[in-house]
Design a protein around this ligand. Structure first.
Ligand SMILES: Cc1cc2nc3c(=O)[nH]c(=O)nc-3n(C[C@H](O)[C@H](O)[C@H](O)COP(=O)(O)O)c2cc1C
Length: 217
């Protein structure tokens, strides 16, 4: 985050946005030949943004997964909304490595969306958790809501739909997701989103191993 507060204030003044997203995307920057190389100022800049920007600030990962230490530090600096955006969908490492023709061994960098969401459970009452990264359908959305997501975001899924269908058809598909969310909630005997957070669940395999390791850490 190399944009000093003056630029943030100017953006808000000129564009009147409802909120301002600040990206934390070190690996993406490092993999971009023309990417940012100075990372010393992001914490002081973020503190300035939290204090001085008159609209909500969302601190956002971009598909590598935000770890708990980053959430903790961001909270200390005044951030109250984070988008955890984990691995599992769009990979900007893959995109940048394809563009540069280098380092494809780093394509899978990052923590998965469910892994970071599980790790963030102790934070869900202190910060708003937005979740993105590989969310593809209403069942994925429900899983995020069970683990305390305030909202979910889909980029790749929507772009793929737009590639294959007309805008009207995509709107119809997205409207249909609302019915499917109700269907799944009915099957889980949940009338409200807070009800979803009380649903029992089982974790298997790598996700369970990761959660157990994080508990010990
Ligand atoms: C081409 C493209 C451009 C994006 N640009 C932005 C952006 O400018 N701001 C933003 O908040 N998210 C942006 N995103 C989305 C996020 O980085 C998102 O968290 C990430 O793509 C993972 O979600 P997905 O798997 O649903 O794509 C973009 C995604 C794509 C695919």
């Amino acid at each position: 985050m190399d944009k000093p507060i003056e630029l943030g204030l100017q953006t808000v003044e000129e564009m009147h946005p409802l909120l301002l997203q600040v990206h934390v995307n070190v690996m993406q920057e490092l993999l971009m030949p023309e990417g940012e190389r100075k990372f010393r100022c992001w914490q002081s800049h973020l503190a300035d943004y939290s204090k001085q920007i008159p609209i909500p600030i969302v601190l956002k990962e971009v598909g590598f997964g935000m770890d708990v230490k980053t959430i903790e530090r961001a909270y200390e600096l005044g951030v109250r909304t984070v988008d955890l955006s984990g691995r599992g969908g769009t990979s900007f490492a893959y995109i940048e490595n394809r563009r540069s023709g280098q380092r494809d061994y780093l394509n899978q960098w990052g923590q998965s969306t469910m892994q970071v969401l599980l790790n963030a459970q102790d934070w869900k009452d202190k910060v708003e958790l937005l979740v993105s990264g590989g969310v593809r359908n209403p069942l994925d959305m429900i899983k995020c809501l069970v683990f305390g997501a305030k909202a979910v975001g889909l980029s790749r899924t929507i772009l793929e739909l737009i590639e294959n269908y007309t805008v009207e058809e995509v709107i119809g598909i997205v409207q249909g997701w609302k019915d499917d969310l109700r269907l799944i909630m009915c099957a889980l005997n949940c009338a409200t989103i807070p009800d979803l957070q009380k649903v029992d669940y089982l974790l298997y395999g790598k996700l369970k191993e990761a959660k157990d390791q994080m508990k010990k850490a």
